[in-house]
Design a binder for this molecule. Structure first.
Ligand code: COI
Length: 355
């Protein structure tokens, strides 16, 4: 796509929140990126404009049939003042995989990265400076055609919004508590589980409420057919260190192919830690835990980063992992990953890109 991105400046910038107020996804920056798609013009009219409500026809297809995909990536401020993105080409590749599944026209990933870099450069003062904080970038596409027939939309809007964030769970370094859901399911093979689309998250909300009512932070999903095998957590992929070996569920079509998941796998392989992507039976895992062989559990995600898990509940069984504290491997992974992202550790993997 070879179009120039226009910029409409606003007169009055917003007051920025204090770093202690950030949390996750509560504040939004001054500008957003937007472009439209029509059958006649393809993707067109790329622009950066003041952050503002989006006017849509009430019949727009997004409101009725949920034709949407989204992504999440972050901009990090390095000590020397540079602003870095982490593997943005992976987000674009996954967005196009999600688009293909949701019957949304493909985007030009290189062009959207260029737009994101331009947006982040304009918003550079919003990129937090405190450790553990960053600017979360949320690209998303919605079907905008006003039509009530169940059919792919003929028009779309791609938007990119930005939010300065701290810890997703608001627990800082405290391990999270995970509840294994045994009634509802998130996804099945052949469905949309591997795609980053709103429906997966909408379908998770009832169980998330259940987990919170029981005093847990997130839901750990089992496979949608047998309810036996571990898939992923509401907002992150999941890893287990069992008897010196690291396990994570294999990508089988119903699990989100996380970019942090992939980065952790690459780091573990580089460090020579034995790691397996495989089917993980919840029963077998709890047996290992009861024999004191479950050494660590952690979640991975752009928002979640590396989130150690301190407690796991399945049916009437609760296990405490690593004494409810952060395990050694989780800590090393967190420090290495965030060090690369913040430019304090040399990026041998070629994962970061300067804005
Ligand atoms: C992310 O980690 O970027 C996500 O999209 C997870 C989430 C907050 C739904």
């Amino acid at each position: 796509m070879d179009q120039s991105i226009t910029f409409t400046e606003k007169d009055q910038l917003k007051a920025k929140p204090e770093s202690v107020q950030l949390g996750f996804g509560k504040y939004f920056t001054d500008y957003m990126f937007e472009m439209d798609y029509s059958l006649e013009k393809g993707w067109h009219d790329p622009r950066i404009a003041p952050y503002a409500p989006v006017a849509l026809d009430p019949a727009a297809m997004i409101f009725h049939y949920g034709q949407e995909v989204f992504e999440g990536l972050k901009a990090y401020r390095a000590k020397d003042g540079r602003i870095l993105l982490f593997r943005p080409e992976k987000n674009m590749k996954r967005m196009n995989q999600s688009c293909a599944r949701l019957n949304i026209p493909k985007i030009d990933g290189k062009f959207v990265i260029k737009a994101i870099k331009k947006l982040v450069a304009i918003e550079k003062d919003w990129v937090p400076t405190e450790p553990g904080q960053s600017l979360y970038i949320r690209p998303f596409i919605i079907g905008t055609e006003p039509f009530l027939g169940v059919h792919p939309s003929g028009s779309y809007k791609l938007l990119v919004i930005c939010s300065p964030v701290g810890s997703y769970f608001g627990r800082n370094t405290k391990p999270v508590k995970i509840y294994v859901e045994d009634e509802f399911v998130r996804a099945v093979k052949g469905g949309v589980g591997f795609a980053k689309t709103s429906g997966n998250y909408a379908a998770s909300l009832r169980a998330q409420t259940k987990a919170e009512e029981l005093g847990f932070d997130q839901v750990l999903w089992l496979d949608g057919v047998e309810h036996k095998y571990i898939e992923e957590v509401g907002s992150m992929n999941i890893f287990f260190k069992v008897d010196g070996e690291v396990w994570t569920p294999e990508l089988d079509g119903s699990i989100l192919p996380g970019i942090t998941r992939d980065s952790v796998l690459e780091l573990l392989k580089k460090w020579g830690v034995p790691v397996k992507e495989k089917k993980i039976s919840v029963k077998k895992l709890f047996k290992k835990a009861e024999k004191q062989k479950l050494e660590e559990v952690f979640g991975t995600g752009t928002a979640a980063v590396i989130s150690p898990v301190g407690f796991l509940k399945w049916e009437d069984r609760v296990v405490k992992v690593a004494n409810g504290e952060t395990g050694k491997l989780s800590k090393k992974l967190y420090e290495t990953l965030t060090g690369i992202q913040n430019g304090t550790i040399k990026d041998d993997m070629g994962w970061t890109q300067e804005v």
